[in-house]
Design a protein around this ligand. Structure first.
Ligand SMILES: [Zn+2]
Length: 499
């Protein structure tokens, strides 16, 4: 190269370095109130992040060269929220920014719920490594998935001893691949047909690895207490933690009994069973239409009538997904029945015949009093039960709603207590000790929000509304939500048992 070209190159390099400052190396969050996830009161403290970890927590920390400063007066810095029961893995491949999760401050989602998971589990963690979503994911092994694989189409019965042994091998494989535990969905096929002894047998495998048993229990209606007792029994006989998923009392005859039911959990704790529950802050659930009928005799008019009576009438059943006629979506069963010129029972029976069990509904059937009782109880953690996109507002606003409604609005929860239910206590229950608390050495998963304005905005029929008031979200040291805007960063990781 000639001397002239060499000089030009040198000049170009010089211009490059002088024009662009080096990439910021690390973050300093200044002037926020720190709520550290342990339940301790808010205190003024700055938080320093380097790489993927929290490296310093203290007052009056001075910015270093090349450090990005997030100045957050009036805001709270808390651990990133951990969603104890999530379906936000569906569709993650198409939208790896998982914007609806990031915007509500979630940094870790626990999926593989209700008995359904990817299998083998190693495929799930490989998918995460490939897709690189913005948030962390942990997964359970799905009991229903395992059961279906072993029993095939012939699952409407108790499993044989040999089948249970084969299921145990599959659960063992999942736990070795890094699953955090076993999940069941006992209102759904094929878990509906399993015995308690089958679940206990599979729980014994989970026990070997220090995992957790989480359950969408057999009954969320008048039989809920027995269903909670069954979940606790799986924990007691295996000495493993138990998580009752999205705890609720979902029919009018069961309303007002939340405090009485929570005593069952308290008694189990006194006996040494590490049982907790998670809960979402809405009076309406989303599921398959057939769960309105506990007995599954879908042609039985009296059973449908009881289902409607229990929920307060067909106007409380909103159709979210009806494949034979999508124009039904967004209408209530009462409206559809009127349009068809039928009564609601006949309509429901005909819709089951036309679509099978796949029809999705939102059922408004919980009491605000019970919700508040669950919200306040120290054994109850927060979950969304939401998905990346969907027709229930929980997928968009669960965590902001807890902060807006139960902390700021009703005042039934202190802010540090609410945050502990979203972070530190959840991480402890899941045995992921390096997250959930703001302290030196922990992974830098952080959510910065304005406690005065944080608010969910989705409603049934218009669910997909971004919340407000969540300012910054940091996952493994990288900013995934910056001043309310989703960034291009994709730092999410697969979280495995004990890590
Ligand atoms: Zn569920």
């Amino acid at each position: 190269m000639t001397i002239r070209v060499f000089l030009l190159c040198l000049l170009a390099v010089f211009a490059q370095t002088s024009r662009q400052p080096a990439e910021p190396s690390g973050l300093l969050i200044k002037n926020a109130q720190l709520i550290d996830g342990t339940g301790a009161a808010a205190r003024r403290a700055d938080v320093r992040v380097a790489g993927d970890a929290i490296t310093e927590v203290g007052s009056g920390l001075a910015a270093r060269p090349n450090e990005r400063v997030i100045d957050a007066p009036g805001k709270v810095v808390a651990p990133g929220f951990i969603d104890m029961h999530s379906h936000a893995d569906r569709g993650m491949d198409d939208t790896p920014d998982v914007a609806t999760q990031v915007m509500q401050g979630i940094t870790t989602a626990v999926v593989g719920q209700d008995g359904g998971s990817e299998l083998p589990i190693v495929d799930f963690y490989e998918r995460l490594a490939r897709v690189k979503p913005a948030i962390n994911y942990a997964t359970s092994v799905g009991h229903g998935t395992v059961r279906k694989l072993v029993m095939g189409g012939d699952y409407k019965r108790a499993a044989t001893a040999a089948e249970i042994e084969t299921m145990k091998v599959l659960v063992d494989r999942g736990m070795r691949d890094g699953a955090i535990g076993l999940s069941s969905g006992l209102e759904y096929d094929p878990g509906f047909y399993s015995t308690t002894d089958e679940l206990v047998a599979l729980g014994s495998v989970v026990a070997k690895y220090g995992g957790i048993y989480s359950s969408h229990v057999r009954n969320e209606n008048e039989g809920a207490f027995d269903a909670w007792r069954e979940a606790i029994e799986v924990g007691r006989r295996n000495n493993i933690p138990v998580e009752i998923s999205h705890i609720k009392l979902a029919v009018k005859p069961a309303w007002g009994r939340a405090a009485e039911g929570l005593k069952i959990l308290e008694a189990a704790r006194r006996e040494g069973v590490k049982v907790m529950a998670d809960w979402y802050p809405y009076t309406y659930w989303q599921s398959s239409m057939y769960v309105l009928i506990e007995t599954r005799d879908w042609e039985n008019r009296a059973a449908w009538q009881k289902g409607f009576d229990d929920i307060g009438g067909p106007q409380n059943v909103l159709i979210t997904n009806y494949r034979p006629d999508p124009s039904y979506n967004g209408k209530t069963l009462a409206q559809i029945a009127a349009a068809r010129g039928q009564n609601a029972v006949t309509t429901a029976i005909e819709m089951m015949r036309e679509a099978g069990p796949g029809t999705g509904v939102i059922g408004t059937s919980m009491s605000e009093d019970d919700l508040t009782t669950f919200a306040k109880h120290p054994l109850v953690l927060i979950c969304s039960d939401g998905s990346l996109s969907g027709r229930h507002p929980r997928g968009y606003g669960t965590f902001p709603r807890v902060l807006a409604q139960y902390v700021r609005g009703l005042g039934v929860l202190s802010l540090p207590e609410a945050i502990a239910k979203m972070t530190g206590r959840s991480a402890a229950q899941l045995a992921i000790p390096d997250r959930g608390v703001v302290a030196v050495g922990k992974k830098a998963d952080l959510t910065i929000f304005d406690p005065a304005t944080v608010q969910d905005r989705g409603v049934p029929g218009n669910a997909a509304q971004a919340p407000v008031g969540i300012a910054h979200v940091i996952v493994n040291g990288q900013v995934v939500l910056d001043d309310g805007k989703v960034t291009d960063a994709r730092p999410g990781r697969g979280i495995k048992r004990g890590r």
